[in-house]
Write a protein that binds this ligand. Structure first.
Ligand SMILES: [Zn+2]
Length: 467
């Protein structure tokens, strides 16, 4: 960018043809209240127009393949061992490279694991990057697998990066990586949710994109409009059905609202738990956004459904991509602060085991448990977790998390989720904020049950009157 005019903010002018979003990323400050969350901050440049221009390559350039199988991603323990791994010869004529290259040197030195990507020459005969459905041919015994590739973007060295889906031959491919590529038993296909605490922020974001995209392809093999088979097109950026109509489908993300509900007096917050949670864990209420529903409406509806508490003000304060969603989908968590207009809680036992108000002091103590563990971990030499943020050090020590949660349960009677989840940051941000988050509202309406009956009756009256 040298020699180009710069704006006072230090950013190059938008008219610059060489402007790269990935390059500018570190200069772009987030205006949200919550800090950047895990799974965000993907270092790949996935500007859509740039990815669409990928039309195969005949150049002697290197491409990087992130190996995935459903929600599993190929990782290598201890990035310190990456040098030896990347010096091994790959089976495709290229090198089986260390994940630190995939993340363009952005991996945290404290991460206990990193992505194990495959580095291949773009002209490798096993690679087909010039068809609509790009793939890697892998021969194992008598079987030739056509393993699908999906374009993810370009890393900071402008190297094209792809997801390589090995779901059809998971175990055999893992054996091949360990023995055929000489990467040894330190390489594994690990569930992304379980591996998250060990991964650097860059690696987690790339892995989230890779597993989400390949799972979407796996689950959209038939056209929802006409039932015809579909096939990947544009290097896996979307799918298209084989009928004459050629219906297009694009990777989907499901929006989820997750909210810290503040009591009308600003002194308490509403947390709940469902039966599937680890015993003792209480967290923010959440739920999927319905069709044709605003974020504010979704927050009010979900809180009412789960607790019968009425919500007035809603403010979005941050977001988190969540590629390890409940039903195998990729979710986008929309983090909100919400102001209740009522106190009475009636737990919807179909959905929740318990919902209750917590005092600010109780939540401060629950947050403090994580900070104490992080400080302890730091003084023991295991400091500075991925991202280096508050309480983040704990993310690198899963045992410490389990121990601190046990201690929290013993001392406080509950614990809150770890910093990997946006719920932790909603609770932390609210608990450490002095005074009410929202200015006091008008007097609270009648008790929720009465209010619900009343509003339903009014709505019916209104409908009847119109008819
Ligand atoms: Zn169709």
């Amino acid at each position: 960018m040298d020699g180009q005019a710069r704006t006072p903010s230090g950013l190059p002018p938008a008219s610059s043809l060489r402007y790269s979003l990935a390059e500018a990323q570190p200069l772009l400050q987030s205006s949200t209240i919550l800090p950047p969350q895990h799974f965000s901050g993907n270092p790949l440049d996935r500007t859509y127009d740039k990815r669409r221009k990928f039309d195969g390559t005949s150049k002697q350039e290197e491409v990087s393949l992130v190996v995935v199988a459903a929600r599993e991603v190929c990782i290598r323990e201890s990035p310190g061992a990456g040098g030896s791994a990347s010096s091994q010869s790959g089976a495709f004529g290229g090198a089986a490279g260390g994940g630190q290259n995939t993340s363009a040197g952005g991996a945290s030195v404290t991460a206990a694991a990193d992505l194990q990507a495959l580095l291949l020459s773009a002209t490798d005969p096993e690679l087909d990057l010039n068809s609509e459905s790009i793939c890697l041919t892998w021969v194992y015994g008598d079987v030739a697998y056509q393993l699908p590739l999906y374009l993810l973007g370009q890393d900071r060295t402008e190297r094209w990066t792809f997801a390589l889906d090995v779901s059809d031959c998971r175990s055999a491919f893992l054996d091949f990586l360990r023995e055929g590529c000489g990467l040894g038993s330190g390489v594994a296909l690990a569930d992304l949710r379980a591996a998250l605490p060990q991964l650097s922020r860059d690696a987690a974001a790339i892995a989230g994109q890779a597993t989400s995209l390949s799972q979407w392809h796996q689950s959209h093999k038939f056209c929802p409009r006409c039932g015809s088979p579909t096939a990947p097109v544009e290097s896996g950026l979307r799918r298209q059905c084989v009928s004459e109509a050629g219906h297009k489908q694009y990777p989907r993300t499901d929006p989820v609202v997750i909210m810290l509900v503040e009591s009308p007096d600003g002194r308490r917050a509403l947390l709940g738990r469902n039966r599937k949670f680890t015993p003792g864990m209480y967290t923010c209420l959440s739920g999927f956004v319905d069709q044709c529903e605003s974020v504010e409406e979704a927050v009010r509806r979900e809180v009412f459904e789960e607790s019968r508490v009425l919500v007035a003000n809603v403010a979005v304060v941050g977001s988190q991509p969540w590629p390890v969603g409940r039903y195998g989908g990729c979710e986008l968590m929309l983090g909100c602060m919400a102001q209740a207009r009522s106190y009475e809680v009636l737990v919807n036992t179909d959905e929740m085991e318990d919902v209750q108000w917590y005092d600010k002091d109780e939540l401060r103590a629950a947050v403090q448990m994580y900070d104490n563990a992080a400080a302890q971990s730091a003084s023991a030499g295991g400091a500075g977790g991925a991202g280096g943020g508050e309480g983040e050090g704990v993310a690198d020590a899963p045992m410490s998390v389990a121990q601190l949660q046990e201690a929290s349960l013993e001392q406080l009677g509950f614990f809150i989720p770890p910093p990997l989840a946006i719920a932790h940051h909603l609770i932390r941000t609210w608990a450490l904020h002095d005074g009410p988050w929202f200015p006091p509202g008008p007097p609270t309406p009648p008790a929720p049950a009465a209010a619900a009956t009343g509003s339903a009756a009014q709505a019916e009256d209104g409908a009847a009157a119109k008819l």
